[in-house]
Design a protein around this ligand. Sequence first.
Ligand SMILES: [Zn+2]
Length: 209
Amino acid sequence: MEKKDGLKKHSNKNPQISIFIDGSNIFRAGVNLYGKKIPPENLVNILSKNKNIINTYYFSSEDRANARQVRFHENLNKKHQINVFTEPLAYKQKIINCRNCNHQILPGKCPKCFYDNILKPETSKRIDVLLAVTMLDKMNEFNEAILVTGDADFIPLIRKLKYEKGKKILLASFKDSLANDYVNPDSETGKKVVDDIILLDNYKKQLLK
Ligand SMILES: [Zn+2]
C-alpha cells in the first residue's frame, strides 16, 4: 500500500487523538477472520501505543434483554474507560412469509410449522449515524481521530472533518473489510480519503491475547 500520504508532515506537534470504533465492524471481522471476538480493549491498546489519547468511543447495537451483552458494554466503560454508545437492537414489526411453510407470520417462530425465522436486525445504519453525530459532537476535543471501520458510508463525515474542520483522520481496518474507496483517490477531491490507514491484520497476536 502507498504510504506517501501518511508520511506527510502535520502541523500539530502535540496531537490530541480520539478513537471512534464501529463495534459491528470489528465484531464481524474477528468472527470471520479468526473465529472469535476481538476484545475492544486490545484494539484500543494497540491504537493508543505512544499516543496522546483523549477519549475512546465504542458504538454498537445492544439487545437490552441480553444481560451478558449489557454487562459486557458496562465493563468496557468501567474497566477500560471506553465510552459506549448503543442503540437497542430492534426487528421491524412486519408480516413476512415463513421460510419453511410460506405461512404469513411475524418474525420469529412460525406458529404453524415451528420453524425459527430469524431476521437480521436492522440497526446497523442507526449505529453509523450515531457514530457520525457523536464524532461531530466531540469534534472540539481532538485534532486527530482514529476511526475503526472499513465501511465507505463514513466518507462524507471524513471529508467534512478533514477539509472543513482541518482534522487529521486515520482509519484502522482489516484488509477484508476495507472498502476500495479508501484505497483509491477520492473522486470528489482527487486525494486519499484518509491521512493514513492502519492495517489491523498486522496485529493479530495482540488483538486476540
Ligand atoms: Zn412455517
